[in-house]
Design a protein around this ligand. Sequence first.
Ligand code: HEM
Length: 150
Amino acid sequence: MIAAIEASALADWAGSEALVYPVANTAHVIGAVLLVGGIGLLDLRLLGYGRRLAPQTLAEVVTPLALVGFGLMVVSGGLMFAADARAMAASPLFAAKLGLIGLAGVNAVAFRSMFRRLDGGIPPGARILAAVSLALWLGVVVLGRLVAYF
Ligand code: HEM
């Protein structure tokens, strides 16, 4: 699988065109800002910060931005992965990062199915999942950055 990615035209393009990696890396950071900025703000609101903001309205405003950010991260992250597939596949930090992304996704789906609307007060369970979400997404950001160093 990794050998096939390495041998692909996409890997060739991502690894040899001087602009592809920096553009993908920049898009990745913009995606992180949209995703963690959006969902992180909602998580903080659910944890009690910024009580003047209506949680349901905030959820409706930030969720599309976070989804666009996540889409941007998957595409740009896939390109960066293809450019350096063997090293990434061997990195325990990268594997841990993908694991946290999976957990954050499960947490988000669980949240949306358990708490469909947020205008009737914030149940304690929603606060717990919001804290988990914040910790997981920040963990993904930290691991994403550290992959370059370890
Ligand atoms: C499935 C989706 C993703 C893939 C395949 C992916 C892949 C990658 C790759 C290959 C790198 C370059 C690592 C290096 O520096 O050598 C990277 C960097 C990074 N990723 Fe991701 N990533 C994904 C999603 C995410 C998400 C959801 C976040 C955060 C919420 C994130 C945060 C970061 C950060 C902060 C960096 C470092 C950027 C920099 O400082 O240059 N990634 N990612």
